[in-house]
Ligand binder design. Sequence first.
Ligand code: HEC
Ligand code: HEC
Length: 267
Amino acid sequence: MRRRLTRKEFLTLTTKCAGCVAVGAAGMSLIGREGIAQVDLPPWPWPYRKIDPEYVRKLGHEGYWEKGYGCAYGAFRAIILPLREAVGYPYTMIPPELMIWGHGGVVGWGGTCGALLGACAAIQLVCDKPTADRLIHELQGWYTQALLPTDISNEYAQKGEFFVQKYTRPLPQNAAGSPLCHVSVTLWCERSGFTASSLERKERCGRLTGDVAARAVELLNQWADGQFQSIYVPPESIETCFTCHGDKGLDNVKAKMNCTQCHTPHP
Ligand code: HEC
Ligand code: HEC
């Protein structure tokens, strides 16, 4: 294992070593060009240390509102910042701004919920492909069925325990049945009576950002303890559709979303 450097240590080292060519022990090559240090990143996946999901939930809500960067940035940052604190390097090397584009299901297109995108990117940073596939499948399944924003988030808002106070009343909850931003937001608007551009809808997505990041970290923590088990049960209708549309039949569908949310079952 390589020794970890905190951001401060790293900066001290690079300042002291401005003229050096290499700092071998830390795996860094320092190139003098315009004083910019070049650092070798450790091999992927990066080391994970268990972090507190409740801290992550609050950071997710905060990040959603921060500079208007939104859900994907909010969720990714909510996992990266605690990892910077718990592990340090290499998490100090990755800008959470990387995920801004995910907002509103990718720059407002209403595709996959950006909070999922941000959380999934963080999962993929610390897990190999088969592990990330399992954790992300679970996270998305949970997202489709969970009542969001969660009671915990509504309670933080009411008690003023979030880091940002935009709206403190509890908000109506809904289970989207879908990982899509469009479906999630619009069904929530129908349920709650609030419009899509209202403060309440934004705050709902802010709380949800925290909830999704926190759930991702719960799953990561379970996995880190060797305790991860999938509990998501897909709607039965999907399996029925796949008896004919799956790879042993027509083989014309690749999806795990709930078919009947968009198609009416046919005889
Ligand atoms: C008993 C087999 C069977 C089952 C079960 C089944 N399908 Fe189909 N489905 C078909 C066949 C056969 C077609 C026609 C295929 C073609 O023309 O290429 C079809 C066509 C479709 C089409 C194309 C539009 C249409 O209506 O013609 C859609 C959409 C579709 N199925 C969705 C579903 C969904 C959603 C489910 C589960 C709720 C489902 N199917 C279950 C056999 C099945
Ligand atoms: C978010 C909405 C959505 C979901 C969920 C969804 N589909 Fe579709 N599906 C579409 C759209 C849109 C099309 C293309 C337009 C059309 O043909 O209806 C399509 C096309 C299809 C077609 C081809 C239709 C044709 O005209 O030949 C089949 C078959 C199909 N879907 C089956 C499924 C099955 C099975 C599932 C569940 C695993 C599923 N879909 C989930 C929206 C959806």
